[in-house]
Design a protein around this ligand. Structure first.
Ligand code: MG
Ligand code: MG
Length: 265
């Protein structure tokens, strides 16, 4: 069932999503060779709780009912999404997708950004840049009267024209009082197909794009999704509200990019 949000509800969603953006900026300050993903997670959890919110990922059950142990999903290099923060030490040339969710005043925030650790190979930087551009192309299509397939089409078309893989098994989603609501928001699709986009629909758009083949596998931890061919993957995510004009982007990369400065992708 799709829940359309009122103006008031959209403002609450914005507050939760702004906190996600600020949390990711705190994480951005720490990303460098030598830091562990567990250290990033600890800082993020404290920051979220200090702001009167709750990390939504923590305790979220997977298909086996096992609770996610972290506040962040930290997915390094060939890991696509849902990487578990812990003892993994980031090193020069790595990339790390940091996905963060908050619950505040009854509404969820959800946004992700893929960071470079030190200097990263040119082809990997290009992957990140294209994935972020694809996210914004998807957002451009999140307009009242269009359909979910228009968003996926835009993302898929752009990424495949760069010969990248578009992950199918994991998709974006509706968002509101629950982190995952209807509809599913795939990063592939056909123009003019899928659920109609109506005013007040709030969705998380999150391209997961690979440097090689689009196939992914689940690691034995029951969470971490990585590319089958072990090539790198990128992931950027915004939560947006649909209206008659340009989508209202409720999450923000502004704070992150202030921290990154001219190193931003
Ligand atoms: Mg997310
Ligand atoms: Mg999401």
């Amino acid at each position: 069932m799709i829940f359309l949000k009122t103006e008031e509800e959209i403002e609450l969603l914005r507050q939760s999503n702004i906190l996600v953006g600020k949390t990711l900026a705190e994480v951005a300050k720490l990303i460098r060779p030598g830091v562990t993903t567990g250290e990033l997670d600890k800082v993020a959890e404290e920051f979220i709780r200090d702001h009167g919110a709750v990390p939504t990922f923590k305790g979220f059950p997977n298909q086996y009912g096992d609770p996610f142990p972290g506040t962040l999903c930290t997915s390094v290099n060939d890991q696509v999404v849902h990487g578990i923060p812990g003892n993994t030490i980031l090193k020069e040339g790595d990339i790390v997708s940091v996905d963060c969710g908050t619950y505040m005043n009854g509404f969820c925030g959800d946004s992700a950004y893929t960071f470079c650790v030190g200097e990263v190979a040119e082809d990997v930087r290009d992957l990140l840049k294209t994935t972020k551009e694809a996210l914004y192309l998807g957002i451009e299509n999140a307009i009242q009267g269009k359909r979910i397939g228009d968003i996926g089409f835009a993302v898929q078309q752009y990424c495949e024209s760069h010969s990248y893989g578009v992950v199918r098994e994991f998709v974006g989603h509706g968002i509101g009082k629950d982190m995952h609501e209807d509809p599913r928001v795939p990063n592939y699709g056909k123009r003019g197909y899928g659920p109609l986009l109506k005013k007040g629909l709030c969705i998380a758009i999150e391209p997961m794009i690979t440097l090689g083949n689009r196939q992914v596998i689940m690691e034995s931890d029951g969470w971490t999704v990585r590319t089958k061919d072990r090539k790198y993957a990128a992931h950027f995510e915004h939560t947006v509200a649909v209206g008659p004009g340009k989508a209202d982007v409720l999450s923000t990369f502004e704070y992150i990019e202030e921290v990154l400065g001219d190193k931003a992708i």
